[in-house]
Write a new protein. Structure first.
Length: 496
């Protein structure tokens, strides 16, 4: 049956692939519809920093059904996707959401981009983000805030703000983001999507603008759990060009995704849900998942997670220390924008003073301070010890259970422009950064809606147990329907 062009936006990644294979539409149909929808939504949402109209159309024109691999081999042949703008694209501007990289054109593709291209994906452009991935609202971008397609008065969350928004408004069926302390899972939850932060070292970081190198992971944002697994399976695996990439053998997760949770032991901390600042709807969403997995044959265990309250302090020291080191390379000599001063030091300071935004400067100062002699032991070393406690506690806990459930965030998205203080913003990451500190995988997935906005839940598992997370989320997904999702809405009238 032919599919009306306006309906492409609501197709899942799997449905898109099936339609291409069946000949219901071509890559050019999809790319044309994607670009038209993006053009209409962008003035209101601002999800994209740079669009590659010409490149995407040319790639689509070269596509033919013969390019689809035979059999069940996973592929993305002919599917439009978007990438967070800290994932390098050869010959195509990559800004990391910063003025300092406003003209930066990388000479190579990130390892994950190589994999997507090899699988046949068509990259339509680069998605907006908080500058250098520092932020939880999407408002810290040098290219303006991204608005939430569910309600444009609200933030999308961050830092993968544009990746979430462009998938949520139906511009593309899938996007890649990065997650250092929650930046995939939090915007996924605020936009009604599924977002995976894999085991540290599972997905290559090669060619990704670094924030906290010991915490960063690339991962997929999609509308369904199966789509997420499909994309994750394509980007995961060992990469010798990333020294922290793990050689652990990789089994695709999609093959097991329908296996359910019968026999799983799933834990949650009921006390944590009662803590101050946790919104009722977010606590109730966790309780709803507990009930659903029980019904599906899992055993539920009540545990206590006492370390959670130390996470924000320790994470923000480690992340700032690593960020201050990583960002030292942006001095106006080798990269992009330069503000020439009277001498070398003046040039450095002018370039960095004008090129970096407020939050980036704050982290560079916090990180440099915490690493300076005399303070290193009191701050960095102490935070590193807390991090070790996280890894040990969660390894122990997760050797006895298949998954732990937590809210994604304590509170729903804020109105755009209602700035939080740095500390308020940082506290919003309390539940997500746990997984980055421990190095374990964590998945955010929608569970329902409250006040017309989607509400997500997060599940964390032991190292390399991404597959358990997908099985759990897939079980829950069968009970969930999100009302009036933006990807199913018609294209707005007018545009521009
Ligand atoms: N909000 C957190 C921060 O600002 C997480 C960022 C991320 O995951 N990239 O550090």
């Amino acid at each position: 049956m032919p599919i009306a062009k306006e309906s492409y936006a609501s197709l899942t990644l799997e449905e898109t692939l099936a339609g291409l294979r069946a000949g219901s539409f071509t890559a050019s149909d999809l790319v044309g519809a994607a670009l038209a929808r993006i053009e209409r939504f962008e003035p209101a949402i601002n999800a994209m920093v740079t669009l590659d109209d010409a490149g995407a159309k040319a790639a689509a024109a070269r596509w033919s059904r013969d390019a689809i691999p035979a059999g069940d081999a996973p592929n993305l042949s002919g599917v439009p996707v978007a990438l967070k703008d800290n994932i390098m694209t050869r010959g195509f501007r990559t800004t990391c959401g910063s003025k300092i990289l406003a003209n930066f054109v990388p000479p190579y593709d990130a390892a994950t981009v190589e994999k997507l291209r090899a699988a046949g994906a068509i990259i339509v452009g680069k998605a907006n983000m908080d500058e250098f991935a520092m932020g939880s609202t999407g408002e810290n971008s040098a290219f303006g805030a991204t608005r939430n397609p569910w309600n444009p008065e609200l933030v999308t969350g961050g830092s993968s703000s544009g990746s979430a928004a462009v998938v949520a408004y139906g511009g593309v069926p899938a996007a890649l983001g990065t997650d250092t302390g929650g930046s995939i899972r939090q915007p996924a939850a605020f936009c009604g999507l599924v977002g995976m932060k894999a085991t540290y070292g599972r997905v290559s970081r090669s060619g990704v603008g670094a924030l906290g190198s010991s915490l960063d992971q690339v991962g997929p944002l999609t509308r369904t759990v199966r789509d997420n697994a499909l994309l994750y399976d394509l980007i995961a695996g060992h990469d010798p060009s990333d020294s922290t990439s793990l050689e652990q053998p990789f089994t695709p997760t999609l093959g097991e995704i329908e296996d359910g949770v019968k026999g799983f032991r799933i834990a949650y901390d009921p006390g944590l849900l009662e803590s101050e600042g946790v919104h009722r709807a977010h606590a109730d969403a966790v309780r709803a998942v507990v009930a659903m997995v029980k019904d599906a044959g899992a055993e539920v265990a009540e545990v206590s997670l006492p370390l959670v309250k130390y996470g924000v302090a320790a994470y923000y020291i480690i992340c700032a220390c690593e960020a201050s080191t990583n960002l030292a390379r942006f001095d106006g000599v080798r990269y992009s924008v330069r503000e020439t001063g009277a001498d070398m030091w003046d040039t450095y300071s002018k370039t960095r003073g004008l090129g970096f935004g407020e939050e980036v400067k704050r982290r560079i100062m916090m990180g440099s301070y915490a690493l300076s002699s005399g303070y290193y032991d009191a701050y960095y070393l102490k935070a590193a010890k807390v991090r070790r406690l996280f890894a040990t506690e969660y390894e122990k806990l997760l050797s006895g259970v298949d998954a732990v459930l937590l809210p994604v965030t304590p509170a729903p998205p804020r109105p755009i422009g209602q700035k939080c203080t740095p500390l308020e913003c940082y506290l919003g990451d309390v539940f997500t950064l746990v997984a980055n500190m421990a190095g374990i995988p964590a998945l955010a997935f929608p569970v329902g809606a409250h006040d017309g906005l989607p509400v997500g839940v997060q599940a964390m598992a032991g190292y390399f147990r991404e597959s358990a997370l997908y099985r759990l989320a897939r079980t829950v997904e069968k009970n969930v329907k999100l009302p009036d999702a933006p990807w199913a809405r018609p294209i707005p009238e007018g545009g521009k």
